[in-house]
Design a protein around this ligand. Structure first.
Ligand code: NAP
Length: 281
């Protein structure tokens, strides 16, 4: 197939690498000439150009919007008049309810999407093959979705060796608030609290002693700040709900420790040990 990717960063570049490897022809657009050049050199695209107009007349079957969340709808607006209206469009944004209804109103063949994989890095240099292998890839079709568009998009998701799931945009946002956006805020708070400890010698030693435990728990808090802000901005209510419940949980743990209720703490930790494998297979 001929696929357009707009925004050649971690996600756009990684999609390009896999689809090119599968024999699809990927046309890229990214603002910087240098990004386009690197994407071509790395084999993430067949060709790339900073000009959106370069996609006109390419005969693309599908275009994937992989820009930061804040640029997705504005980029779509610019595509009206450049691409034939029957081109299938999808996006990869980490939030869906703020995008899907407006995107569908603008483009009849739009389907929201969210590949559930990432790293703490950003930009085209961070793109990697097989990033989405064995990871969930959520599609958010609605009653307006054209069946033929969904049928064209699904095999491309399967080409990534991802597992394709369908959800409505609101349910998607409620769920990712818990398992993606809340962890970013918790992890960031952990780094900030450790960095803010009052004894400079302890801080110095903390940096030296931090090992696998800190590496695991701080990873998502050390990622792309623009993405973290967008998660909070575009999924504010669901994130606030999750943060409130998390804060209650922390208060309970604090109380158990203050009151030396080791039995209650042990019971809680036994439960969390039992439950974790249900989230992380
Ligand atoms: P990223 O690495 O920063 O890549 C975004 C790229 O888009 C940049 O490299 C930038 O390159 C380009 N860009 C920025 N504004 C643009 C515009 N107006 N038009 C065209 N290109 C533009 O970010 P990312 O992590 O790939 O995130 C991209 C999208 O994926 C976001 O919507 C995010 O919600 C979603 N997502 C991210 C993750 C994750 O864990 N990172 C996971 C799933 C989904 P130039 O400077 O060359 O323009």
């Amino acid at each position: 197939m001929k696929i357009g990717i707009i925004g050649l960063g971690l996600i756009g570049g990684s999609l390009g690498l896999d689809w090119m490897e599968q024999g699809h022809q990927v046309w890229g657009v990214s603002r910087q000439e240098q990004t386009c050049q690197i994407a071509e050199e790395r084999g993430a695209v067949y060709q790339a150009n900073p000009d959106l107009e370069s996609l006109a007349g390419a005969g693309l079957d599908l275009v994937v919007l992989c820009t930061p969340i804040s640029a997705i709808l504005a980029t779509m607006e610019r595509l009206v008049g450049i691409l034939p209206s029957e081109t299938i469009l999808t996006d990869v944004a980490s939030v869906k309810a703020a995008i899907v209804p407006k995107a569908e109103a603008m483009w009849p063949y739009f389907i929201g999407g969210h590949p559930m994989a990432g790293t703490a890095e950003q930009g085209i240099q961070a793109a990697q093959s097989h990033l989405f292998r064995d990871r969930p890839y959520v599609l958010t079709p609605t009653h307006q979705t054209q069946a033929e568009a969904l049928n064209e998009l699904k095999p491309l998701v399967m080409d990534l060796e991802a597992s394709c799931l369908e959800m409505d945009p609101e349910s998607h946002d409620a769920v990712v608030a818990w398992i993606s956006h809340l962890p970013v805020m918790i992890s960031a708070s952990l780094i900030a609290a450790c960095w803010g400890q009052s004894d400079p010698n302890h801080l110095q030693m903390s940096k030296r002693l931090a090992s696998t435990g800190f590496q695991d728990t701080s990873r998502v808090g050390g990622g792309n700040p623009e993405l973290g802000v967008a998660m909070a901005q575009y999924n504010q209510q669901a994130l606030l709900t999750a943060l409130g419940d998390y804060q209650d949980q922390l208060d309970q743990i604090r109380e158990m420790i203050e009151q030396e209720n080791w039995l209650a703490l042990r019971q809680l930790l036994e439960k969390t040990q039992e439950h974790r494998p249900y989230f992380i297979k």
